[in-house]
Design a protein around this ligand. Structure first.
Ligand SMILES: [Zn+2]
Length: 482
């Protein structure tokens, strides 16, 4: 097998980005289609990425006072229906459990599409006094929504996520928490996933139906489409009213709590693939890469044991320096085939150890982000690898930011927006007066939706509405979304 024959199996991004994405998901063994409508099986390599994200996020949550809990997968119809009194919600996409064995259940159970109602029911029991507040809980679980179209990690009927649910004494405290969590998501995406985001607020039309305000982090994918990467909602006291979550305040009055909810899902894996991937496959940010470095030994039969012995020694040294390193000593594959395989799987650093390197007591270090090669002496390898991993993190963020900046354009006419959305795509900055009618017209005429109204007001000044021309507009971010 020639060195290039392996990567040729991946469709080039420029030819068909969506095909490229599906090729990477399958060939890097991240996920596979399961024999269940709209569902995928997450394979060990994909799940290891999720676990790395999960443990990092969990630490960040707990640093802000979040506690984890777990609530039932099945929700009785009578409880689930309460949500409908408040918003239309998730009922249209909810699957139901009606039988246990042959026996029909006395009450249908819904498989959770989200847990507001079941958690709200428990909140109403657990919260009595202002002393019980704030209550700040998070649940790691999967939820089910009967989606029509499947796109691995981005849209599946069952998906992994976390859902935070909090109760507060007043609006101010709840709003502070909602903004805090969108900040946690922003920092996580930028610092760990090397994905630059724009944080902001959703328009009325795009927000979660049960929310007073929805805050969001938005990222631009490699094909110029926008992805909502995480949201945090200030819910007001609407759910509290229907779920009867009240507390006795210091002044002796019973009051409704103010709530927030916030979540990210395993679509973040999809974001990492689509922001960083290239024609050779995946490129993983070092901080969430299950394997940060791979050692590929190169030998003939007569040098085999000597090379492998040294490779083992280096592996151990790197592991002691807390670098996640893998020694690829598989028989029956050429070094060239292994290089391509690990490039496709996105491992940030490859270390090649051959007969000449043995003589010079060095390895050849190859970066996945740039393809640059350099020789590094064994004695300084652990430190060098650590430094290069840090540099790769920074560089990948910079590359993604450069891409976003090149693909962000300002316009003041609807026709220009349409041209960009049907052509190169990307983010389009334009003025919007705040009217839902204008927003709907823009979507109908161009296919673009408002990704967010950015928090950073200084950077996005006032501008006339591109639909009605009203001078009272603010600059917002349009894109064709996933
Ligand atoms: Zn307008």
């Amino acid at each position: 097998m020639s060195q290039d024959s392996y990567v040729e199996e991946i469709t080039p991004q420029g030819e068909d980005f969506s095909r490229w994405y599906l090729d990477v998901v399958q060939k890097a063994q991240l996920a596979d289609y399961a024999p269940v409508r709209g569902c995928v099986a997450v394979r060990p390599y994909g799940f290891a990425i999720w676990e790395a994200m999960q443990s990092n996020l969990d630490e960040r949550f707990k640093a802000t006072g979040v506690e984890n809990a777990y609530f039932p997968l099945l929700i009785p119809e009578s409880i689930f229906k309460k949500e409908a009194e408040h918003i239309e919600g998730f009922a249209p996409e909810a699957p139901w459990v009606t039988h246990a064995g042959e026996e029909e259940l006395s009450e249908k159970l819904v498989i959770r599409p989200s847990s507001e109602t079941i958690i709200g029911t428990m909140f109403s029991r657990w919260i009595q006094s202002y002393r019980d507040l704030p209550m700040v809980l998070n649940q790691w679980c999967s939820v089910v929504r009967w989606e029509k179209a499947t796109y691995p990690f981005i849209r599946t009927s069952e998906f992994l996520w976390q859902e935070g649910h909090t109760c507060h004494r007043d609006e101010n405290d709840a709003r502070k928490r909602a903004r805090m969590m969108v900040g946690v998501y922003r920092d996580f995406l930028q610092e760990e996933l090397a994905v630059p985001v724009i944080d902001g607020i959703k328009s009325e039309r795009e927000k979660f139906a049960g929310a007073v305000d929805t805050f969001t982090v938005e990222a631009l994918m490699g094909d110029g489409r926008g992805l909502q990467a995480g949201t945090s909602h200030y819910l007001g006291d609407g759910f509290a009213r229907v779920m009867d979550i009240k507390f006795l305040d210091e002044d002796g009055e019973h009051k409704l709590v103010h709530q927030t909810s916030w979540g990210v899902s395993h679509r973040l894996i999809g974001a990492v693939i689509m922001v960083h991937g290239d024609d050779r496959g995946l490129r993983l940010p070092p901080k969430i890469a299950p394997k940060q470095a791979v050692i590929v030994p190169i030998y003939r039969q007569d040098s085999r044991s000597e090379v492998l012995q040294q490779a083992n020694r280096l592996q151990q040294e790197l592991a002691e320096a807390r670098i996640s390193v893998h020694l690829d000593d598989r028989e029956g594959y050429t070094p060239g085939w292994k290089f391509n395989d690990w490039e496709m799987r996105g491992v940030p650093i490859r270390l090649e150890l051959g007969p000449r390197d043995m003589e010079d007591e060095q390895v050849v270090l190859v970066r996945r982000d740039t393809g640059d090669k350099e020789s590094v002496s064994w004695s300084g390898l652990a430190q060098k690898t650590t430094d290069v991993l840090d540099d790769i993190s920074e560089n990948m963020f910079k590359q993604a930011l450069d891409f976003r900046e090149k693909n962000t354009r300002a316009v003041d006419e609807m026709s220009q927006l349409k041209e960009i959305i049907s052509g190169p795509r990307g983010y389009v900055l334009a003025g919007w007066c705040g009217d839902a009618g204008c927003e709907a017209q823009v979507k109908e005429k161009t296919g673009a939706t408002i990704q967010c109204i950015p928090f950073d007001e200084a950077k996005y000044s006032e501008q006339a509405c591109l639909c009605c021309g009203s001078e009272s507009g603010r600059t917002v971010v349009f894109a064709r979304p996933y």
